[in-house]
Design a protein around this ligand. Structure first.
Ligand SMILES: [Ca+2]
Length: 709
């Protein structure tokens, strides 16, 4: 029996866990809650060295590619650990870093060795919110960007680069930690609480810095995990590689340009009188967009922003050249995630995940890259791989406990990189909007599992809808003026989708129900499920519970609850069976002692929709569930499948929410009822009452403001 969700006093608790000094448990639910029941509490989690090791050694089970760390270190920290076997791993790490610094300093100060001269600089130029689709270098309908194209002429283009998450903080945390966010508790944008970096893993620039690199970030961080003090020499708007202590010090510098950020498309109707350089009539609109003046102008304006990014790239190259560093510096240009017309940022489609990536290879280090200049590869690379790649180029070993593998560097096997064929994607929360989606791309097939398919893509997300195009899209939907493909955005989603990107690059023709593709679908479904279970993916525990219990050590929390999470995934995956086969299993799950089994059982029922109407009496029992988040799920099912009014149950639940993410999750359901139930179930904000005072300008207030207008 899994530990997750077991209530106080129940038998079979793992004794070793109880004895652990590292107990994590939820604060008791306040006694004045109407049902008088304490929050269901996880069994305490024991975090021991043994489980640490097994998690580290097993973590590559869920990678598609052969484990390919290439050890090319000049400063091999792990080899330094042998005389220190009596130390803890944290102490070993500290000693290794200390020795590495000494060795590095000795090398750089010894005349004749000139070690640093042999080490390349690495510079990242990251543009905000742009998928590969807006650059001609990747897509014939994209903008012309001569400076980015010039980088590619002197380097390598990665035609299959993926950010893993379609939103800023989650993508950036994936990048800086080299770990998949749902494994380490950093998958929520915005975070309600910072996750702690687990198992001694640091954000990767710390390893460069320990090896003598000067590390700078200008300037956006937006990490969802706590940063240790040794990551950056400087991270600010003034941070520059030019400030390094000596010309001989190699540097790693990150520059984020916000010129293409979503906010650059938050213009008003008056601003549209300002002409764009790109001719609106010339742009190619995605087939899911209505062809309107606003959409054309928005896309044209976005092409202009991409051209501005290109200018930034040109300026950086010129500066390096002037300083005599160009031919000693690897330059990466890439987008931080997709964007940024509607249905891109915030959505786990290719438009949200597939980013442009080119790497300029400097003349002095051509021998480190076994590829022709101006070549392209279709080998899949993900944000988890970028950190190990920089470490590999710098000759620093990657740490254990990360998820990525280097794709460039001296001993990298080009054929292995070219054969990489799989990308994993995740979407969880976008400010105040929740929608759990996982994706797997293999070759040109894309599989999407919508775990909450009854939440339409078009569900209100205040920041998204600041864009005129978003608002107009919704208005046209409400006016009934969209065709079938354009309307998909406002309809319930399929439980699973399969797209053949060769023929359907915009992911609008779902093949998941086509018998011809059943084998492909089943294989990808199984592969994704295996990956989620083996991580394990923490998102099958509600954020409100992770908030209370997991954040001091999310990885250990996941390992302790691995089998329980697998059980929850099996429960929600009942939605993938024919209903007749799922029905009796759903009945059992709805009556489970474990609240999160009941939670996902109701979600599976809602995924079936009216097909599961026979289960209405059983689900209605959950309207008085001990766990308010299960009540919330039952409210959705009743709203979706019956004519009854479940709002009183939802209003009561608000008064039982004990933290912001729990209340916010409930407000997501409130918006679903308000906006997508044919006007039958408008929400009265006067009836929404919390036990705690929401923070001003918080996501809770955003939702309330939206519902009140
Ligand atoms: Ca961004």
């Amino acid at each position: 029996m899994p530990d997750v969700g077991r209530r106080h006093g129940e038998p079979h608790r793992d004794k070793s866990s109880v004895e652990s000094p590292c107990q994590l448990s939820a604060a008791p639910r306040p006694s004045h809650v109407s049902l008088g029941v304490e929050r269901v509490v996880f069994a305490p989690i024991g975090y021991r060295a043994a489980s640490h090791r097994s998690s580290v050694y097993n973590q590559h089970l869920y990678r598609s590619t052969p484990h390919a760390h290439q050890r090319v270190s000049t400063v091999n920290a792990s080899r330094l650990t042998m005389p220190f076997m009596f130390l803890t791993s944290r102490q070993i790490h500290w000693v290794s870093a200390f020795l590495a610094t000494i060795i590095s300093a000795a090398l750089s100060s010894t005349p004749g060795l000139a070690a640093d001269e042999l080490r390349p600089n690495i510079l990242w130029i990251m543009s905000e919110d742009n998928s590969k689709h807006y650059l001609r270098h990747f897509d014939r309908h994209g903008a012309v960007a001569p400076n980015i194209e010039a980088l590619a002429q002197h380097g390598v283009t990665f035609d299959r680069a993926f950010s893993c998450a379609p939103v800023c903080s989650v993508a950036r945390t994936t990048l800086i930690t080299s770990c998949y966010a749902p494994r380490i508790g950093t998958q929520f944008h915005r975070r309600s609480k910072m996750a702690t970096m687990s198992n001694g893993v640091k954000m990767f620039p710390a390893y460069l810095r320990a090896a003598g690199y000067y590390t700078t970030n200008n300037s956006k961080e937006d990490y969802n995990a706590q940063k240790s003090g040794d990551v950056w020499n400087e991270s600010s708007r003034n941070a520059s590689w030019k400030n390094r202590p000596s010309d001989a010090t190699p540097f790693f510098h990150v520059l984020t340009s916000t010129l293409s950020h979503e906010s650059s498309l938050h213009f008003n109707a008056t601003a549209m009188e300002q002409p764009t350089v790109t001719e609106p009539a010339s742009v190619q609109l995605q087939p899911y967009f209505p062809d309107t003046k606003i959409f054309r102008y928005t896309r044209a304006r976005y092409h202009d922003r991409i051209m501005a990014i290109d200018q930034v790239v040109g300026k950086v190259v010129a500066e390096l050249q002037k300083a005599g560093e160009l031919e000693n510096t690897f330059i990466f240009y890439f987008g931080d995630h997709g964007g940024v017309l509607p249905r891109s940022k915030g959505y786990a489609y290719e438009s949200g995940l597939h980013v442009p990536l080119v790497v300029r290879v400097p003349d002095k280090h051509k021998d480190m890259v076994d590829r022709k200049l101006a070549s392209r590869t279709k080998g899949f690379v993900e944000f988890v791989d970028f950190g190990p790649t920089v470490l590999s180029l710098a000759g620093v070993d990657p740490p254990d406990g990360i998820d990525g593998d280097a794709f460039l560097g001296k001993d990298i096997d080009v054929a292995e990189v070219d054969a990489r064929n799989e990308a994993f994607g995740y979407a969880d929360r976008f400010d105040e909007k929740y929608d759990l989606v996982r994706t797997l791309r293999q070759g040109n097939f894309k599989y999407i599992r919508n775990f909450e398919p009854f939440l339409p893509d078009g569900l209100q997300n205040n920041y998204r809808y600041k864009m005129l195009a978003f608002e107009q899209w919704r208005q046209l939907h409400e006016a009934g003026e969209l065709n079938e493909i354009q309307s998909q955005f406002f309809q319930k989603k399929p439980v699973e989708a399969l797209y053949d990107l060769d023929f359907d690059p915009h992911e609008v023709h779902n093949l998941a129900g086509d018998p011809q593709y059943a084998e492909q679908r089943n294989a990808m479904r199984q592969r994704l499920t295996d990956r989620l279970k083996s991580m394990p993916d923490l998102s099958f525990i509600p954020e409100a519970v992770l908030f209370s219990e997991a954040m001091p050590n999310p990885v250990a929390f996941g390992q302790s609850n691995k089998s329980a999470i697998a059980g929850l995934i099996d429960t929600v995956n009942l939605a993938l069976l024919p209903f007749a086969e799922a029905e009796s299993k759903l009945k059992d799950a709805l009556e489970s002692d474990d609240p999160w089994t009941r939670y996902w059982a109701v979600v599976a029922c809602s995924s079936f929709g009216k097909q599961a109407s026979s289960l209405l009496p059983l689900v209605e029992k959950r309207l008085v569930d001990l766990e308010p988040l299960v009540v919330m799920r039952a409210v959705e099912f009743v709203a979706i499948t019956s004519e009854e009014d479940p709002r009183p149950s939802l209003y009561r639940s608000f008064q039982r929410a004990t933290n912001e993410p729990e209340a916010l999750r409930m407000l997501n359901t409130a918006v679903l009822l308000n906006d997508f139930c044919d006007g039958r179930l408008p929400i009265d904000v006067e009836q929404i009452d919390f036990l705690f005072k929401p923070k001003p300008r918080s996501e809770l207030i955003r939702r309330i403001d939206y519902l009140a207008r």
